[in-house]
Design a binder for this molecule. Structure first.
Ligand SMILES: Cc1cc2nc3c(=O)[nH]c(=O)nc-3n(C[C@H](O)[C@H](O)[C@H](O)COP(=O)(O)OP(=O)(O)OC[C@H]3O[C@@H](n4cnc5c(N)ncnc54)[C@H](O)[C@@H]3O)c2cc1C
Length: 432
């Protein structure tokens, strides 16, 4: 398993990078190291696995190709979404009621884990309650009502309620949405500060984190593994591959089932409190029913952070601000006079059915990813679960490894053309 080490380590010029709490630069790995566990990737999954392994007294080395939080974990919408990418009814129908309940319990535990980590390590990441899922088509509204009833009645989840069109109109100054669901356990946070806070906690617990240390090869030697970087190597009994959408050929087995997709975010200039509140009242994060979801929220410095639009390749559009702005003005045409101060892209990873990919690929080699746009809660919690699995066993981790994850049609090379055709169809359906 090999790949080239080429990676531009600088953070994108994002609002997150501009407002991050700390700028600690960690030295690259030099020379030979031994560890009980080596981790590839310094996003939420990797840093949280490092934290929990180090708390359990394990010797851990984490290798990050660029900077901690440089990938999706420092670039995302910051939306805190409770549950899986698929609704409970879908999970019940496809996997059966017991597996669906187990996944729901994992989703709730992931939410608890966020509160725990913030409290335990004093992570300042602006966690703010309230996530509104809104329907851009009238025909989706009955389904949303049923989902709310089902979560309240079958799962006893009382944090969620249906929002009628009139109330929604008063909450949102745009979008002409028809109805929605408000989840007060959902919400939003500062994505990069959440990642950096977990990393600080991992270092505090004794984990060694190295930046600008791209893993170019993972080799099985003796009863363990050797990871090579340009300047050093680590020998470890176990390896966790947490490179998600940035894997780029390192472990083809994972990439057959976990595919990168680029998604884009723009942040306006400061709007002032009054204008910001005219766009979204109540401080909620908003995420809509489009197949390529629009998600937006107001930042603490009163800007609109708006995510929308995707592409499928290793390159981003030349003018990301213009690309996202078109989508943003579709929802808020009144912002035509407002400038965009930051715009960036990031790469997430999806699986064919949008359930996460969790596997022990060979004894001692773990692959985790494919959160399909919902990693703010799940990725750090799955990092904990793999740590638990290594240190003593985890029934939740075992259950996740049993979830079927089909491979993409066309394999690693042809999956994008197949996906582009499918996505174009769904994107067209969004507009009908
Ligand atoms: C634009 C965007 C918006 C999103 N919005 C949301 C949202 O609002 N809510 C939500 O829940 N989720 C959202 N997501 C998804 C979420 O960000 C991800 O699911 C989550 O960050 C995944 O974390 P991770 O640690 O698995 O991967 P990443 O954060 O991508 O980390 C992987 C890391 O691995 C490193 N790496 C790769 N290869 C190597 C190598 N060979 N050697 C060493 N290091 C390597 C990369 O540099 C990278 O830092 C969004 C994603 C994007 C891109």
């Amino acid at each position: 398993m090999t790949r080239s080490s080429a990676f531009d380590p600088a953070f994108p010029s994002s609002w997150y990078a501009a407002t991050r709490n700390e700028d600690v630069v960690l030295p690259p790995l030099e020379g030979s190291h031994e560890a009980e566990v080596a981790i590839v990737g310094g996003g939420y999954t990797g840093v949280s696995a490092a934290l929990h392994l180090a708390r359990a007294g394990r010797q851990v080395v984490l290798l990050e190709a660029a900077r901690i939080g440089w990938g999706a974990s420092g670039r995302n919408g910051g939306q805190v979404h409770v549950g899986m990418r698929r609704e409970q009814e879908w999970l019940e129908a496809k996997l059966g009621p017991d597996a669906a309940r187990q996944l729901w319990a994992i989703g709730l535990d992931a939410r608890e884990h966020l509160d725990w980590a913030i409290r335990e390590y004093g992570i300042a990441c602006d966690l703010t309650p309230g996530l509104l899922h809104v329907d851009h088509k009238q025909r989706y509204v009955p389904h949303t009502r049923r989902t709310v009833d089902h979560l309240r009645e079958a799962y006893g989840y009382e944090h969620v309620r249906f929002v009628e069109r009139d109330e929604l109109g008063a909450m949102l100054g745009g979008g002409n949405y028809h109805g929605g669901m408000l989840d007060m356990r959902g919400g939003h946070l500062h994505a990069l500060n959440w990642a950096l806070g977990l990393a600080r906690a991992a270092r505090q617990e004794g984990a060694l984190l190295a930046e600008e240390s791209s893993v170019t090869a993972i080799e099985h030697i003796g009863d363990g593994w050797r990871l090579r970087t340009d300047r050093g190597e680590v020998r470890a009994g176990r390896v966790i591959v947490a490179a998600n959408g940035y894997l780029r050929g390192l472990v083809p087995e994972i990439e057959a089932r976990v595919m990168p997709i680029n998604n884009f975010v723009a942040v306006t200039q400061p709007l002032g409190r009054e204008r910001a509140e005219s766009l979204i009242r109540g401080g909620y994060a908003v995420s809509d029913s489009r197949f390529v979801v629009y998600y937006f929220r107001i930042t603490p410095d009163q800007r609109l952070l708006f995510g929308g639009g995707e592409n499928y390749s290793y390159s981003f559009p030349g003018d990301i601000a213009g690309f996202v702005r078109r989508h943003m003005l579709g929802i808020y045409p009144g912002l035509a006079d407002v400038g965009i101060d930051y715009a960036w892209g990031g790469t997430l990873a999806v699986t064919p059915h949008r359930l996460p990919y969790v596997r022990e690929l060979r004894p001692g080699l773990y692959g985790i990813g494919g959160f399909s746009g919902l990693g703010v809660l799940l990725a750090p919690y799955f990092g904990k679960l793999v740590a638990d699995a290594i240190t003593g066993g985890s029934p939740a981790f075992d259950a996740l490894t049993r979830l079927p994850v089909p491979s993409f049609p066309g394999g690693r090379l042809l999956r994008w053309p197949t996906l582009v055709a499918a996505m174009s169809f769904y994107a067209l359906r969004d507009r009908l």
